[in-house]
Design a protein around this ligand. Structure first.
Ligand code: SF4
Ligand code: SF4
Length: 635
């Protein structure tokens, strides 16, 4: 039971024990081997930005106060943070760019992609101010693509069009006053790298403002752009029922896992897995079982109901079941250890992107024009690999949970419209105003090996819903909560406070569930945090207040990735209190820490970061914040 220290997920626990028996190294072993981790790094006060370094600042004041060039602790911390947030933003922007290229292709005849959601197509066009009357879907798509490309090629001082079209006007005004409105995502990311090189900006406050700008780059040239276009291409999610955890793998099926973040290839894998089912049967399997990990998993779950294998920290454990014939990865959050783990079993790792290669993996070059051929090739190779499986080494944990997913804003509004077709947000707002729903928290982000796997997500959320706080969620947080059974109507019965339960029951019954809505709504992948932003925008508009005045908060309980920091920066910029459950590497800069977590951020933006490493105390802190916002609103 040693694994209980490492994870609260029983399936993951069983596989950690199997890894030990099979003598396979996992992320937990490597974490132990790294102890003690460097205190300078943990505090953010080491700098390697030039070859005079590395320089380190003594946090106790006994040693050096300045790096060789004269940079002090706050400057080093602020520069490091800006680089991290810019890197996070770059990942989402690159992802969104791929979505733009895909839509550009879909707008032409005879390409592998088509436009699936014409309602969303027109809705996005309307937001961008494009005239749609009398135009074909392809023409509208081309005009949308042109707006997206014009942001990437904007050489003027004007703000990004996607931001102006989708962010609340009051926020745009606030950001404009602060001088942080991004113009062109590529230019801003380039500028952040320039600004943080040796001998550039020496003002931590100016660097923090540049960090805020990167959060906006991420949100409007990354998250929002990707979600909008992916919905047009592959459909806006609607409620689906599926299953979560390693028990979704099947002993008698060809098991293929899709892992990473982008849906362009995984959507094709879903298609080809269906088409080639017969070939799998001919090879002695009963069929093909697809499952997802990380946000590619969330994308295929939200739109196709593909079950979820697990989340970030359990990616190696999926292979350790001995039952995975192929793991297909695209971009981001892919542990470099995967091919070493796979070499201990029969699993084939397929890398597919030119910027993600891995020694020991098979590289199948994916291109949008050849999407079908590449997906077909990968699925065929997975089927072939099934016969190499060593049955004596297969051990699939008998652990899985039914779950509901697919709660896009459109789906939530759809469920609420069953109560009030004219004014769908009214029932939600009325219940917030009368206190049945105390407020809402969005839990997002990763797993982090420094935290017992999934436990912060689950314990925090149980405490929140017990106190009548509605939870919406994305990313690996959503996956942790799904595995813990919190995305089921029964979870409302079991864990939700009485008034929240009553509201969820009314909405669930009206939506035809004959049961309450789950207390935790899965809104998608990390880029789909834009959906949470849209929901907040709609609620604020309905109430005629700013987002910063709403009784809401955000939390990244187990964040590890730079992307989580850039998303968190955006949430703070929207005016939302944003909790972090793992201490970010900034504490060595006292002024920077004070600005990010104290009154300064709140005065300038309305939101701030809140760091608390205990889930129950964190929940209480968020609840107190929600209550203070309610009081200020007079409700
Ligand atoms: S930029 Fe300054 S603090 Fe950083 S490594 Fe060079 S000399 Fe040291
Ligand atoms: S939530 Fe974090 S770990 Fe999970 S897929 Fe997203 S960035 Fe990766």
């Amino acid at each position: 039971m040693d694994y209980l220290r490492k994870t609260m997920d029983p399936a993951a626990g069983q596989m950690i024990s199997k890894a030990q028996r099979d003598q396979v190294e996992t992320v937990w072993d490597r974490f132990e081997a790294q102890q003690p981790q460097c205190g300078f790094g943990l505090l953010g006060i080491c700098c390697r930005h030039c070859n005079q370094g590395p320089c380190r600042i003594d946090p106790f004041g006994d040693g050096p106060e300045y790096g060789i060039c004269g940079a002090d602790a706050d400057l080093i911390v602020a520069r490091n943070l800006l680089r991290q947030v810019a890197a996070g933003a770059s990942a989402h922007v690159d992802h969104a760019y791929e979505a733009v290229e895909t839509l550009s292709l879909a707008a032409r005849e005879n390409t592998p992609y088509t436009i699936k959601d014409t309602v969303k197509l027109k809705a996005v066009a309307a937001k961008l101010g494009l005239e749609t009357t009398g135009k074909s879907d392809n023409q509208i798509a081309k005009e949308i693509v042109n707006v997206a490309y014009s942001d990437f090629s904007n050489h003027h001082g004007t703000p990004m069009k996607w931001l102006k079209a989708t962010a609340p006007a009051e926020r745009v005004e606030t950001w404009e006053k602060l001088g942080v409105l991004p113009r062109n995502p590529d230019r801003e990311i380039r500028e952040a790298l320039h600004q943080t090189t040796m001998g550039m900006d020496a003002d931590p406050v100016n660097l923090i403002l540049a960090t805020v700008k990167q959060g906006l780059v991420d949100a409007y040239a990354g998250l929002h752009l990707a979600t909008d276009l992916q919905d047009i291409l592959f459909g806006t999610p609607a409620p689906v029922v599926t299953e979560a955890n390693l028990g979704v793998l099947r002993e008698d099926h060809v098991n293929i896992i899709v892992h990473g973040h982008e849906p362009m290839l995984s959507e094709k894998i879903v298609e080809w897995a269906q088409k080639l089912e017969g070939e799998a049967v001919a090879k002695g399997a009963k069929g093909i079982q697809l499952a997802g990990i990380c946000c590619t998993g969330n994308e295929t779950l939200m739109r196709q109901g593909i079950p979820l294998a697990s989340n970030f920290l359990a990616q190696e454990l999926a292979i350790i079941t001995g039952a995975v014939d192929a793991m297909v990865v695209d971009v981001q959050c892919i542990m470099p250890s995967l091919s070493r783990v796979a070499a201990c079993y029969h699993t084939k790792i397929f890398t597919t992107m030119p910027i993600v290669k891995m020694p020991g993996a098979e590289h199948v070059v994916f291109s949008l024009m050849e999407a079908d051929r590449k997906a077909e090739e990968i699925v065929r190779k997975a089927i072939e690999n099934f016969s190499r499986r060593d049955k004596s080494r297969v051990d699939i944990p008998d652990v899985k949970t039914k779950m509901f997913g697919g709660f896009s804003v459109e789906a939530i509004v759809g469920a609420l419209s069953k109560l009030d077709a004219e004014n769908p947000l009214k029932p939600l707002v009325d219940n917030i105003v009368n206190g049945n729903i105390l407020g809402a928290v969005g839990t997002v982000g990763c797993n982090n090996v420094k935290v017992r796997h999934d436990s912060f997500h689950v314990n925090l959320v149980k405490e929140l819903i017990k106190n009548n706080v509605l939870v919406v969620t994305t990313g690996c947080s959503a996956q942790a909560l799904a595995k813990a059974g919190l995305m089921l109507p029964e979870a409302s019965e079991k864990y939700a406070g009485d008034t929240l339960k009553a509201v969820l029951t009314v909405v669930g019954n009206a939506a035809g569930l004959n049961a309450p809505l789950p207390p935790v709504l899965h809104m998608g992948s990390c880029v789909d945090n834009s959906r949470i932003g849209d929901l907040l925008t709609a609620l604020a508009a309905y109430l005629k207040v700013s987002i910063k005045d709403l009784p809401v908060a955000a939390s990244a309980p187990e964040h590890q990735h730079e992307k989580a920091l850039s998303i968190g920066t955006w949430a703070v910029s929207l005016g939302v209190l944003t909790h972090l459950g793992v201490i970010p590497q900034v504490l060595g800069g006292k002024k920077v820490t004070e600005i990010l977590t104290g009154e300064t951020a709140e005065k300038l933006l309305g939101g701030r970061f809140y760091v608390e490493t205990d889930p129950i105390k964190a929940a209480q802190g968020l609840i107190e914040h929600i209550k203070s916002k309610r009081k200020a609103l007079g409700i």
